[in-house]
Write a protein that binds this ligand. Structure first.
Ligand code: CA
Ligand code: CA
Ligand code: CA
Length: 261
């Protein structure tokens, strides 16, 4: 019996050495924004926008009365009082709205590059520090000169991925939001990308910034956020070296045998 309980104990120790991800924040913006969000570029502040295709699909944008999200803005999620952790994982949907031109003249089209990025303060030096990429909503139906691949974009690689990937590469949804920039009917003038990023990070507070760079006016190309969640991975317990485990089990087993004798 003693030897059996010793083995069970070792099995439990092995299981606890695997770090578990703990979701500490999530927001689908269906009921509100929250004071944890701030915008440093648009004086009017934050609000919620509605996708034209679905009145129940709300996302994070400006409180400017138009449902177009952001332009070359910096929007920051601030979290404090975080438990001990060594990694942060953020998952979010970015809504890419209207005539994003991807890599622009660095690819096969004009008017870009049109960039989106994420940066995190206080990352562990040497670890990944964020995301910078380009998106394209330009396809052949509205601009025949780009051919079947559309205007090239960097995503799913970071910028500069040149000349680039086809328009909509890696998209989670295409044409579902209901924007119609080119007047040919809704269906290909917007896209949604579901992105997950993991950073090395240990501080008890987190400042995660989302931003657009190089975009034309708000009514031409813009972006929004939805379904943002943040999880932490706690440091795994330091496992005992294998020889120490074996020695410990041998000693415990020996003790059980002695008590039996
Ligand atoms: Ca939503
Ligand atoms: Ca454009
Ligand atoms: Ca552009």
């Amino acid at each position: 019996m003693k030897f059996q309980s010793c083995l069970l104990g070792l099995a439990a120790l092995g299981a606890s050495a695997t770090a578990a991800a703990d979701t500490v924040y999530s927001n689908d913006f269906q009921t509100g924004v929250g004071a944890e969000w701030s915008i440093s570029t648009f004086g009017g502040g934050l609000g919620r926008d509605t996708a034209p295709a679905d009145a129940n699909r709300l996302f994070l944008g400006r409180n400017d009365g138009v449902n177009l999200g952001f332009t070359n803005d910096i929007v920051t999620l601030n979290l404090t009082g975080l438990a001990a952790h060594d990694k942060v994982t953020v998952t979010f949907d970015v809504y890419v709205i209207n005539s994003w031109d991807g890599n622009g003249p660095l690819g096969n089209f004009c008017c870009g590059p049109d960039m989106f990025g994420v940066s995190l303060a206080d990352v562990t030096p040497g670890s990944a520090t964020g995301l910078l990429t380009t998106f394209s909503n330009i396809d052949q139906s509205e601009r025949p000169e780009v051919g079947a691949i559309g205007a090239r974009q960097s995503y799913p690689q970071p910028f500069p991925n040149l000349p680039g990937s086809p328009a909509f590469s890696g998209a989670f949804e295409v044409g579902t939001l209901g924007y119609d920039f080119f007047g040919g009917g809704a269906g290909d003038d917007d896209s949604v990308y579901r992105i997950t990023l993991t950073f090395d990070h240990t501080a008890s507070s987190l400042a995660l910034s989302f931003f657009g760079v190089g975009l034309q006016e708000l009514t031409d190309e813009s972006w929004g956020l939805d379904n943002v969640s943040v999880s932490l991975s706690a440091p795994a317990p330091i496992p005992l070296p294998a020889p120490a485990l074996l020695l410990g089990s041998a000693l415990l087993g020996l003790g059980a045998l002695r008590r039996r004798a």
